[in-house]
Design a protein around this ligand. Structure first.
Ligand code: ZN
Length: 111
């Protein structure tokens, strides 16, 4: 006898976003965001979700972290984010911008 597991709603399992590419002309290129971790209790402080981004020069890790006061902080391992992250003003690299734009529009009906 076999049991069938109900398919989880994998809305964000893998998404492709077109971003300025890694070459000098920043020609738009597809980047894939692959969910590697999702916290079952996303409202709790701690790591909410992590992604691996492929399509650039290297693969990068993106993480969304819930702070104790309920805000979400974003992290990316790409050189842009690390360099600018030393400043207090949270810098958003293209990976974070693309991902956030995607999540903002996710609730709307697909055009
Ligand atoms: Zn980045």
């Amino acid at each position: 006898m076999t049991t069938t597991k109900p398919e989880p709603r994998a809305t964000f399992a893998i998404v492709t976003v077109v971003l300025p590419g890694p070459d000098r002309k920043r020609k738009p290129a597809p980047y894939q965001f692959n969910v590697t971790y999702r916290n079952p209790a996303p409202a709790e402080p701690g790591c909410v979700m992590t992604w691996v981004v492929t399509g650039g020069r290297e693969d990068y890790q993106v993480a969304a972290e819930r702070t104790d006061d309920g805000r979400v902080e974003w992290h990316c391992t790409c050189p842009d984010a690390i360099y600018h992250g030393t400043y207090r003003h949270a810098y958003r690299c293209k990976h974070l911008l693309g991902l956030q734009a995607l999540m903002t529009s996710a609730g709307r009906a697909a055009a």
